[in-house]
Design a protein around this ligand. Structure first.
Ligand SMILES: Cc1cc2nc3c(=O)[nH]c(=O)nc-3n(C[C@H](O)[C@H](O)[C@H](O)COP(=O)(O)OP(=O)(O)OC[C@H]3O[C@@H](n4cnc5c(N)ncnc54)[C@H](O)[C@@H]3O)c2cc1C
Length: 477
């Protein structure tokens, strides 16, 4: 089969684009090198829906961020992805930083951000009592919010698949040939797919993919960001997302609640050699603790439950690259999607659909498109009466597998069965939160492995953490 549109990369951008494409009568196939979706920057970022005051006016980032916020809230509602419109504040320490706040405020107004407010130190501490006494002023941005980035990606891909999109996992693109307006794309294992249009949404690897197609005119600079995640007991330390004034390296270390009730601190910003370098380092994590504590001194870092690192796909000009290739017919670049890419994802998908249309793809409405996705029944969010009724009908919801996050067997089986199916332990974890609590999977791991093995009809010892050779067991004993 020759697909109408091939999309490289099943992160939040590729996923949202696939969903957007299914609104039309076109066939679409997502090509992803990992064993699951949401394995790149879309699984390891701050999860902030930025208001849009930070990007330089006139840039694609400024336009798509501001357009993207309300579109993202709407998509999250349709897809049943939890989000919270908690607002963000940028805090200043002293006169020089207060001037930066003024600049951000003016920039935000030019970009079209509504309802921003400049506050004094006292005013902002009334809103956020745990802020340092040294904070002298703040910019409040009520439209900002928080969302779980991998839940959003999984839901976007799942909804695209429910509407007919195909997903090829473990498809590591190594060759791209264009002939007579047909792309033939080959994976490392020799599999091939063909399509009429090719959209490059490969995140930090987008430079490599563009080069494979013969249009590698940009270089992606991988910039790592390290985080510390704290236990749910600390989740109410702040209610807004607290930023420091931005520097040339980014928005700086933030302190934010997560939609799941934890407290997040980070990220750092350090150029690394490869997009695959997601190590955390003692220096990086010390920097996170020092800078986070400057704004919010009461953070209890003894309650850290895990650390992680995500790699930004930066480019030297600082803006998103979303355009049709001038060298390769039908090839679209959606590259350098660093922050605020998550906030802009729906707007980026729409902008890319317009480019495809201008390149000749016929986009006729698909009358059977269904943009909403059924909500998964999370045991922990049901009240007692609901639990009783639901468990009577589905006894597997009465068996709790992950005690820290209260995840039932029913939810895990759903995660393995529904689009996009989870094939490994990390996939189940991202879909259900099993293994994300205090014990980090210490108790529930063998049970989850058994469910993955049974559902997929594979031996227990072949279950992996994240595909490939990441086997969890060395033998049968
Ligand atoms: C530390 C950090 C903090 C951030 N914070 C925020 C924030 O708070 N708010 C916000 O709006 N944005 C934020 N961002 C930006 C946001 O995370 C990204 O813009 C977004 O996730 C990019 O999505 P993507 O789909 O382009 O990339 P990715 O999620 O990286 O997806 C690209 C996919 O392409 C696949 N791929 C790569 N090479 C190949 C190949 N050869 N063959 C097949 N597939 C391939 C990868 O495996 C990957 O799954 C942050 C980013 C980072 C790293």
């Amino acid at each position: 089969m020759i697909y109408d549109v091939l999309i490289a990369g099943a992160g939040v951008i590729g996923g949202m684009l696939a969903r957007e494409m299914t609104k039309y009568r076109v066939s679409v196939c997502l090509l992803e090198k990992e064993n699951d979706v949401a394995c790149g920057a879309s699984k390891a970022n701050s999860g902030i829906i930025h208001g849009g005051f930070d990007p330089e006016p006139g840039t694609l980032k400024a336009r798509l961020n501001v357009e993207g916020v309300s579109l993202l809230y709407e998509a999250a509602r349709q897809l049943h992805v939890p989000y919270r419109n908690n607002g963000s504040i940028v805090v200043a320490f002293g006169k020089a930083e207060e001037q930066v706040l003024d600049t951000l405020y003016q920039r935000g107004r030019i970009n079209g951000v509504e309802e921003m407010k400049l506050l004094s130190g006292e005013e902002v501490r009334r809103l956020e009592p745990s802020l340092s006494g040294e904070v002298t002023g703040a910019l409040l941005v009520p439209s900002a919010g928080i969302i779980c980035p991998y839940a959003l990606t999984i839901a976007a891909v799942g909804n695209a698949m429910d509407n007919g999109a195909a997903l090829k996992r473990n498809f590591d693109i190594t060759e791209i040939e264009e002939n007579n307006h047909v792309f033939t794309v080959t994976a490392a294992d020799g599999r091939r797919v063909q399509g009429r249009y090719f959209v490059n949404c490969a995140g930090a690897c987008a430079g490599r993919i563009a080069a494979l197609a013969g249009d590698g005119f940009f270089d992606i600079i991988p910039r790592a960001g390290e985080y510390l995640l704290l236990d749910k007991s600390e989740g109410k330390t702040v209610s807004h997302t607290v930023f420091h004034t931005p520097t040339k390296n980014g928005k700086g270390v933030l302190v934010a609640p997560t939609v799941d009730g934890n407290l997040l601190t980070g990220p750092t910003a350090a150029v690394v050699d490869t997009p695959e370098d997601t190590r955390t380092t003692p220096q990086g994590l010390e920097t996170v603790m020092r800078l986070a504590a400057k704004g919010v001194p009461s953070i209890n870092f003894r309650k850290v439950i895990t650390s992680f690192c995500g790699v930004r796909a930066s480019e030297q000009n600082g803006d998103f690259i979303i355009e049709a290739s001038t060298r390769v017919n039908g090839f679209i670049h959606v590259a350098a999607i660093d922050s605020p890419g998550l906030s802009s994802c729906v707007a980026i998908a729409r902008c890319t659909a317009d480019i495809l249309r201008r390149c000749g793809l016929i986009l006729e409405e698909n009358p059977s498109w269904n943009g909403s996705r059924e909500d998964t029944r999370a045991y922990r969010s049901m009240d007692e009466q609901e639990k009783e009724i639901y468990i009577k009908q589905h006894p597997e919801y009465g068996r709790i597998v992950c005690r820290c996050e209260t995840v039932s067997e029913g939810e895990i089986v759903d995660a393995i069965r529904r689009n996009p199916p989870a094939f490994d332990v990390d996939g189940v974890k991202r879909r259900t939160r099993s293994g994300m609590g205090r014990c980090q999977g210490g108790f529930c791991l063998p049970y989850i492995m058994r469910l993955i093995a049974e559902e997929n009809g594979i031996p227990f010892e072949q279950v992996t953490k994240k595909g490939g050779q990441s086997f969890l067991l060395a033998g049968g004993r």
